[in-house]
Design a binder for this molecule. Structure first.
Ligand code: PXP
Length: 239
């Protein structure tokens, strides 16, 4: 069955807007699991702008599904991951000035660093996924550096200005999924997916898990976390 990973970073974004304790991303994760989420994702950023180390520690101790920790491939973050021991680490590029993750990790350019971090994390018993653009060179290099999974960056597809461009981006995702699976990599996907644009991606098949954050948290503001998660789960499982 296709899986839904719920990213609760933006619950922490609202909390950090006032620097207090509410809303709590740990409570949001609890509700997401009750509504059928298969995993919980958080991105512990270098600048700690939303998720805090306390959130990651509490999630590790309380969630009943899987914890996917998104992080930059730095020595500091690898040592955090080896202490927390999430079920999966997804390595992502990170720039301080960006609003959200922009583009996939350039595994080809940073292959030596990425291989070193993949080896350390895997030796620690953690499954490693690399967040990459739907680009064949990046997929091949992800396999060469020993990743277990790739997470295909769907942001360009989601941001496409018209149907023609969206079709071109969807075709890139389809080719990337097939290539990754042929190499024996597991395939996840995420970034920018919402209740309107997810169906064509699901229809491609071959993607094990979707990691979705902003659209679910945005809908949860109006309809509640459980309903927002349940509606997205129905879209991906029904597809
Ligand atoms: N996957 C990765 C690797 C990401 O960095 C993000 C954003 O934090 C997501 C998925 C979720 O993207 P969105 O919040 O647009 O659903």
């Amino acid at each position: 069955m296709v899986k839904l990973g719920v990213n609760v970073d933006h619950v922490a974004t609202i909390r950090q807007a006032r620097g207090g304790r509410e809303p709590d991303p740990v409570e949001a994760a609890f509700l997401a699991e009750l509504a059928g989420a298969d995993s919980i994702t958080v991105h512990l950023r270098e600048d700690r702008r939303h998720i805090q180390p306390r959130d990651v520690d509490l999630l590790r101790r309380t969630i009943k599904t899987h914890l996917n920790l998104e992080m930059a491939p730095t020595d500091e973050m690898v040592s955090v991951a080896l202490k927390v021991l999430p079920d999966c680490v997804t390595l992502v590029p990170e720039k301080r000035e960006e609003l959200t993750t922009e583009g996939g990790l350039d595994v080809s350019l940073h292959r030596h660093l990425v291989k070193k971090q993949v080896d350390l994390l895997r030796q620690g018993g953690i499954v490693v996924s690399l967040f990459v653009d739907p680009d064949l060179d990046q997929i091949k290099m992800s396999h060469r550096v020993g990743a277990d999974y790739v997470e295909i960056h769907t942001g360009t597809y989601c941001d496409a200005k018209n149907d023609e461009l969206q079709k071109v981006e969807l075709a890139k995702i389809e080719t990337a999924v097939k290539a990754a699976r042929k190499l024996g990599l597991g395939v996840n996907a995420g970034h920018g997916l919402n209740y309107r644009n997810i169906r064509p991606v699901v229809a491609l098949g071959g993607i094990e898990e979707y990691n979705i954050g902003h659209s679910i948290v945005a809908r949860a503001v109006h309809v509640g976390m459980e309903r927002a998660v349940r509606e997205m789960a129905e879209l991906i499982r029904g597809g």
